[in-house]
Write a protein that binds this ligand. Sequence first.
Ligand code: CDP
Ligand code: MG
Length: 785
Amino acid sequence: GRSDSRGGGGTGSGPSTSGRRSAADVFGGAGRGSGRGRGRGPQGRGGGSSAAPAAASDSDDDDEAEDWGPGQGPRGPDLPPMNPTYRYGDPSLPVGRYRRQILWLVENHAVTIIVGETGSGKTTQVPQFLLEAGWAESGYAIACTQPRRVAASTVAARVAEEMGVSLGVEVGYAVRFDNAISERTRIKYLTDGVLLREMMDDPLLTQYSVIMVDEAHERSLATDMLLGLLKKVLKRRPDLRLIISSATLEAGKLRDFFDTSTSGSTARRRAALAAAAAAAGAGVGGVACSEPDRTPAVVTVEGRTHPVQVHYLQQPAADYVTAAVSAAVDIHCEDLPGDILIFLTGQDEVQTAVAQLEEHSRRLGGGGGGGPGRPSYSLRMMPLPLYAGLPGAAQSAVFRPAPRGVRKVVAATNIAETSLTLEGVVYVVDCCFVKQRAYNPLTGLESLLVAPLSQASAAQRAGRAGRVRAGHCFRLCREQDFAQLPKVTVPEMQRSNLVGMVLQLKSLGIDNVMRFEWLAPPPAEAMVRALEELHALRVLDDDARLTKDVGLALAALPLDPSLGAALLASRQLGCVEELLTVVALMSVPHVWAPAAGSLRAADEAKAKFAAVEGDGVTMLNVHQAWRSSGRSSAWAGRHFLNASSLYRADEARDQLLGLLRRHGLLPANTPPPSCGTDMEPVCRALAAGQFMAAAVYEGTQYNPLAAESDPGVHVYRLVRYTAHKTAPLKLRIHNSSVLWRSAPPCVVYRSVQQADSGWYEMQGVTAVRPEWLVELAPHMFHRPK
Ligand code: CDP
Ligand code: MG
């Protein structure tokens, strides 16, 4: 057997809060402090049944990263037979065959990269393997990060079910403003953003023994940032293990990024530790060295995938939603078994498609008999939506297998690409577009935009058709156009506003953000732009250090910097009570429920709460009415509001209030100051946070061909300077805003979205007075003449 002690020179402290270091201590200056090897490791593993040969791990300094196919695991003389029975999990999944290899690699390597097809069981099974192997003993937990909120909660629910435990106890999830975790949680699914937040309190993430960064191929902003930070943490915590899982072969890049084995000092340290262990007579088959192999290991999980035949259009489609619907209907009318999965870009498109499909379904009948004079199909079509904000019940309908005689036709956003697996899909219809963030550092505008899909993503989407048997993928573009699509998706880091990220790095003590080790560095202009914006918000001082009053406070709030700044400003303006509500509602997505088919009714419902001051104050009205209704879901439903988002906003509100008090930003024992019925302070506070997003009314453009009653387009111009000289920016108010038709002379907005027509459409709009901007940010604006 082998000893469980791995604490060569470690301090042996548990995951308590004592001895935590401040972020600046950990990430700030170079080379302070040494590693904290601790006396722990996989312990109590069912009588040592799966111990791997420690000798092998100690003598492979020069090994290349392993890349094993099935059945070629590490073989050692004393490798015990594999335990064929699982306590937890689903042994039929492809990843099950790699269980022992994965466990061995994780034990012996600081970083293990798992590559495997979507649906092979990486997300649901690997944390269970680790738990069973003892990685969550002595108070440690296993973290698994997800780039998407929905994935974190659905996967946690699934794993809890597989383990036969209730969600939120042993297995839990944590996403911003919503979690189900307890002291006893051993497997925690969380968004990468939440783990980054946890780093602020505990930079070495001492409560975790293993961190699995899942869906790394998505290269979300938070994932990239997390990987850079974890690389630093690993240097300080030889006991920590990192697993990176990816659906595609990003492995090469990841492996190079984490390969620190070549650095002379590490190699020397390893050699010294190995020699010391040998001298103690425990080198071979005995004590595992506390210093793991720094060469990342790579495991490729061979999934069971079936061939997928790809089809293209002969002629480009004019409208991909309609084209997708008719493709699905054509497939359905072939009357062969198998579900259909349609990829669209957003919730509204998904809803349109589902409404159209429902119409076709009624017309076509099926599942027994069409009406008189209609063709009869053996299957009835069941259209279902799938997107991030979908209420829980509707979500589980998507995952339930179709009843007999029914074909599921799921219209989904990008979340079905890799995060969630649908069983039974044989046909994929892909619009070949995706909604993604885009950022132009010249204009400083970050917007959501429907962009052409990358070929790598298209391949992923096609793969969804090959899970049960050979499938078909229908791409709604011509083959020659497909060849023009970008090969891979640009990492989010390179197309985002970096203000939030720079603020977080600064608060973790990383002063020189330009020199941070990135998997792929963000564009320098975007970085400079972020520093400028933070300076304008007075978050950074002239030496680019976090300011005591604003900077440190803002970093403590899990909010967009502009909303955080508005909340902080509300303290002087005496409207904290109101701003807590406004920023909470502006931070949770999907407050307004999808109004399938009844846009008018939804607009009328919204009009009941509309405030002339804009969308922020409208949110206050919504919240007020929601409270008076006794927080009734039925009431919310009637008013086209999403009850679960409203509950989340309440949660967010409480959490923010708690944070303000905990950080001494608000007195503990008095209620937060309120401005009563006067809404001016609320608008001022919003302006104080969002002055970088201020726009003034320029005039109204009339379409000469439109009817005389056509209200025209109210055109706005950004107030702050932009370096964008070539194309004038076209800003207007999005029709989801209550200020859509009125044209206030000056507004601030929460976000912009770029429409097909090229307009940047402002959302979350508040009317403000231009002179406030001058008062609030004299360094930014000149007094209007
Ligand atoms: O992470 P990876 O894509 O490799 O696979 P996974 O998410 O662990 O999924 C493994 C299996 O569990 C698949 O067959 C999924 O369909 C199933 N699963 C499920 O039925 N319900 C969930 N909420 C999550 C996974
Ligand atoms: Mg997964």
